[in-house]
Ligand binder design. Structure first.
Ligand code: SF4
Length: 311
């Protein structure tokens, strides 16, 4: 499938059926921690990047195929989903096709746009990111499109949260020496207090980031987090559970997951063991794709990861 993938295990949403309406690496941010690699289509233009009818046909098929195998349907993927112009139509159609809760994972940059607000209002959960407490850190961490500024971003969060009746959970990505000092965290908390989300998820770069100098904070951060966020926060850990595959074609399946989601080698082995492959066969398959330069192996945080080779 081209626009739908998974179900994949998600830290916050259990098993999630992913819908990806945006071409790979099309985004209005270039985050230093992005796990997908460099933003190759850096744009803030909202348009229908793929035909709506093709996406909805796939959503319908995937929902039927995976009945009872997922907890959430999630708009997310290899770019910023709110850049899809008719996102509202896609969300409404998906809600007609399934009773499962629908979530949109977004960088939150366009929450100030009426068109985006009118689309996301139909979802059950919205998960935006907020990694900075001021313009300077915002530019350093998210490297946004020049047409996006920090004040507008925060106002968008505030305005949307006021009208949204679903759950609004903010994710903060913490990085060592970048935004993990008390001073930076207090600034983020100040903004969060104005926005009033239902929950904050504190995350750390558990998968290889685009910039090699981005690192996971030291454990001492937990004390600071408790002091600043108290019970508000929820530290995320690497996801557990199996990714789901649709066929026995190892290459096709592994490439489809890695396109949106770099994986630890042990996760790949666990996932594909269920389709009758043993560890040796899986590693041979990965090495073959590596020799064809379609995927690459990365050692990060003492673990082996595999991701799509976009170089
Ligand atoms: S992390 Fe998300 S918002 Fe940031 S560049 Fe990557 S796709 Fe865009």
């Amino acid at each position: 499938m081209k626009y739908v993938y998974g179900p994949v295990p998600s830290r916050r949403l259990g098993n999630s059926l992913g819908i990806d309406p945006i071409p790979s690496k099309t985004c209005n941010y270039q985050c230093i921690y992005c796990q997908l690699g460099k933003t190759t289509n850096f744009t803030n233009i909202r348009k229908n990047y793929f035909p709506k009818k093709d996406i909805t046909a796939e959503i319908e098929k995937a929902i039927k195929l995976n009945e009872n195998k997922f907890d959430y349907i999630t708009f997310v993927g290899s770019g910023e989903p709110t850049l899809y112009k008719d996102l509202k139509d896609l969300i409404i159609k998906t809600k007609e096709l399934s009773e499962k809760p629908l979530c949109v994972i977004t960088n939150g940059s366009l929450l100030y746009e009426k068109g985006v607000q009118n689309a996301l209002i139909y979802s059950d959960v919205v998960l935006p990111s907020l990694d900075a407490g001021d313009e300077k850190s915002f530019l350093r961490i998210n490297r946004p499109h020049p047409s996006i500024n920090f004040e507008k971003l925060i106002q968008g969060f505030i305005d949307f949260k006021k009208k949204f009746e679903g759950r609004f959970w903010i994710e903060v990505m913490l990085m060592k020496g970048i935004n993990d000092s008390k001073e930076e965290l207090f600034k983020i908390k100040e903004k969060i207090d104005i926005i009033k989300p239902d929950k904050i998820d504190i995350n750390v770069p558990i998968r290889p980031p685009v910039e090699k100098w981005v690192e996971i904070p030291d454990n001492s951060i937990f004390l600071i987090l408790n002091e600043i966020f108290g019970d508000y926060s929820n530290i995320s850990f690497p996801e557990k559970g199996l990714f789901r595959t649709h066929s026995l074609d190892f290459e096709k399946e592994v490439l489809s997951i890695l396109e949106r989601h770099p994986m630890r080698q042990d996760q790949i082995i666990e996932t594909f063991s269920t389709s009758g492959l043993n560890k040796e066969m899986i590693i041979t398959g990965l090495k073959k794709l590596k020799s064809q330069e379609r995927i690459k192996e990365i050692l990060y945080n003492k673990q082996t990861f595999w991701k799509l080779n976009l170089d």
